[in-house]
Design a protein around this ligand. Structure first.
Ligand code: SAM
Length: 295
């Protein structure tokens, strides 16, 4: 747990107006929408930031935040993100990746052209490392194809931790002992670190999927995993994020969402593809299934 625990009695209550201003500030920068039901969560994070900075009044903190003194906006955003993740989460999509998606993408590419996979948001890195491990274990073409995997997140503490790649037992709970033995080295009591070859095979960066320029900084991808973030957005933010991700996909490229998320309700830009292991969304165009076999 990387956040300092704050007892409820220590919390400085924020007024209705202050709560609204903080939520609006966060929403405009990240797309994440917190409402009244999340008041305690919001309040606790503000208190943590104020305690860390030894600022006693909300007004002073909000002015400090808005001036972005000492990079406070980044720290503020880091404090609000929900970074829950673990290895081999929703692995039916990984199965779909190795059984169907990559074969279709390989057919669409020129010989020697790299296959590009983007995990955004990647939180602390479990998802992009899972993709790498899964392909090494389950995709027969892994040795003959050039594969690039990038993990990105708005939370800079997360991407720093992802590069470090050190995890506790909870993050590894869905991996077999054999996989842990093969891809991790012990790093202290109940801690394991991803082996260096695997660490070096995944690149990490900071990206806000609400920002079109940032979302385009890595060029276009064959497959994007954008799982379990749109649930924190409202419809307007989901649409903007979907449009940005559409632009970051090669024509015929695929996007996988979390199991509670559906692109059909967000944007008409994508085609729905139903594979045996997962429903995914596809940018229409060259290399796609040309309108065959939908539904
Ligand atoms: C619950 S985690 C999901 C991690 C992983 N995709 C998974 O499904 O296990 C949600 C992540 O979304 C990130 N996030 C929130 N808003 C974002 C934004 N606008 N751009 C990029 N990442 C964002 C958070 O920092 C957090 O790490």
């Amino acid at each position: 747990m990387r956040r300092r625990a704050t007892a409820v009695s220590e919390l400085e209550p924020v007024s209705e107006e202050e709560f609204r201003r903080v939520c609006e500030f966060l929403y405009r920068r990240t797309g994440m929408l917190f409402n009244e039901a999340k008041r305690y969560y919001v309040q606790r994070r503000i208190s943590d930031r104020m305690n860390a900075l030894r600022i006693a009044s909300f007004q002073t903190y909000f002015a400090y935040l808005r001036s972005d003194a000492a990079g406070e906006i980044e720290q503020f955003i880091n404090a609000f993100t929900v970074n829950e993740t673990y290895f081999y989460r929703e692995d039916h999509q990984l199965r779909c990746l190795s059984s169907d998606l990559l074969a279709e993408r390989v057919r669409a590419k020129r010989p020697g052209e790299a296959l590009r996979i983007w995990s955004v948001p990647c939180a602390t890195g479990e998802e992009p490392y899972s993709i790498a491990i899964w392909l090494l274990e389950n995709w027969p073409e892994v040795d003959v194809q050039d594969i690039e995997i990038i993990g990105s997140d708005i939370d800079t503490q997360c991407t720093t931790a992802a590069r470090e790649a050190e995890y506790g037992a909870r993050a590894l709970m869905r991996l077999s002992p054999a996989l842990i033995e093969k891809y991790f080295v012990p790093a202290g009591k109940d801690r394991w670190r991803v082996v260096s070859d695997l660490r070096e095979s995944v690149q990490f960066s900071s990206v806000n999927i609400m920002n079109a320029t940032e979302t385009r900084q890595h060029g276009v991808f064959d497959v994007i995993f954008c799982r379990n973030v749109l649930i924190y957005f409202d419809d307007a933010s989901r649409r903007i994020a979907a449009e940005n991700l559409f632009e970051a996909l090669a024509p015929g490229g695929f996007i996988c969402l979390g199991h509670t998320e559906s692109m059909s309700r967000i944007s008409p830009l994508f085609e729905v593809r139903r594979f045996p292991d997962a429903v995914v969304y596809q940018r229409p165009g060259a290399g796609g299934n040309g309108g065959r076999g939908h539904g």
